[in-house]
Design a protein around this ligand. Sequence first.
Ligand SMILES: C[S@@+](CC[C@H](N)C(=O)[O-])C[C@H]1O[C@@H](n2cnc3c(N)ncnc32)[C@H](O)[C@@H]1O
Length: 264
Amino acid sequence: MNIRVVARNAVRPSYLPVMTQKMRVRLIRGHNRERNSARAWAARHAEDMNAWGNAVDPVLWRESRDWAAAFAGSARSRLERLTAAGVNLGGGGGIELLYLMTRLIRPALALETGVAAGWSTAAILAAMRANDTGHLLSSDFPFFRLAAPERYIGYVVPDDLKQRWSLRIKGDRRNLEEFLLPDTRVDLVHYDSDKTRNGREFFLRRVRPHLTDRHVMVMDDIQDNLVFREYAERQPVFRVFEYEGKYIGATGAGLPALERRRHP
Ligand SMILES: C[S@@+](CC[C@H](N)C(=O)[O-])C[C@H]1O[C@@H](n2cnc3c(N)ncnc32)[C@H](O)[C@@H]1O
C-alpha cells in the first residue's frame, strides 16, 4: 500500500470519517474471535450454487451462467490494461447468482453496496435490461489505496447499461441517507461493502423499513463474522453458497416464493 496515496486521500474532508473508521478496524482485525465460528457455520450450511440455480430455474440459470462467462471475458481484458499499470480492483464473486436473482425477482428497485470495478453492478444491470424493467442504486467508497480512485468505480460496467443506474460514492452511511427516502422500497439487496460487524449491523437496521415483502438479500463474505447468521436465522429461509473459498448468503421474505419454482 502506498502510504502517501492513502494519506492524500485521508485528508480529503468528505472521506475522513470513513477512512478513520477503516483504519481503526484494520488495527484491531487480528482480534476478531468471531471469524472461526462464522466460517464453520457457513461451511456447514453451504450448498452447491450450480445445483440450486438449476433446481430453481434451469433455463434462467443457463442464461445467467452464459452471461457471466461472456462478461468475464470482456471485463478481464479491460482490467488487464489496469493491472499492467499496477492497479488491482479485485474480481467479482458469484455474479451469475446476482444475475439469476435479478431475473427471477424482476425488481423495480435494487440496492447494492460495494461497487469497486463493478462486476456485481454489471450483473444486476444486465439482468434488468433482459427484464426490461428496474433501477439500481449503488453505494460505494473509493479504494483509498489508489491515487484518484473515483475514476475506477464501475470500471467494467458497460456504458449502455448505465441508464438504469444511480451511483453515490460518499460511503454507505451518507449514501443511504440520499437513497433511502421514507417511501423508498427495495426488492433486491446486494451487500458487499463494509464487512465489519458494525457496518453490516448498521446496514441491516437502516435498510429494514425499506424492504418489500418479496425482497431477497444477498450478502458477500459472510464468513467474516456472525451477522448474516444472526439475521438469516430469523428469516423464513436462508441459503449459503461457497464461492472460491468464501461464502455468499441469501435470505429475505421473497426467497420462499422463488424456491417454490424449484424442480425436484
Ligand atoms: C469487495 S469490493 C466490491 C466488489 C463489487 N461488488 C464487485 O462485484 O465488483 C468492496 C467495495 O466496497 C467499498 N466500501 C468499503 N467500505 C465501504 C463503506 N463504508 N461504504 C461504501 N463502500 C464501501 C470498497 O471501497 C470497495 O469499492
